[in-house]
Write a protein of this length. Structure first.
Length: 76
């Protein structure tokens, strides 16, 4: 009944927020991959292309991304 009125439970809002956050992490990793591909192509670097691992938590995926960005910083 509450859903018909546009009201969501706390659980539904949390689930929606988590889905949105996961989507943003995916976009961020995709953008980073594009940058890595450009650097690999034009500068001859060998930066790894990342994949969002669906069985990993958001935190674990972001840790992988941070590690890759640190590698990029060290390379550049």
């Amino acid at each position: 009944m509450l859903a018909c009125l546009g009201l969501q439970s706390d659980k539904e809002r949390i689930v929606k927020a988590c889905e949105n956050l996961y989507g943003l992490v995916y976009i961020y990793v995709s953008s980073t991959n594009t940058i890595f591909e450009i650097l690999n192509h034009y500068l001859g670097t060998e930066l790894p292309i990342l994949a969002v691992k669906e069985n990993f938590s958001i935190k674990e995926n972001l840790q992988l991304l941070i590690s890759a960005l640190k590698d990029m910083k060290a390379t550049m």
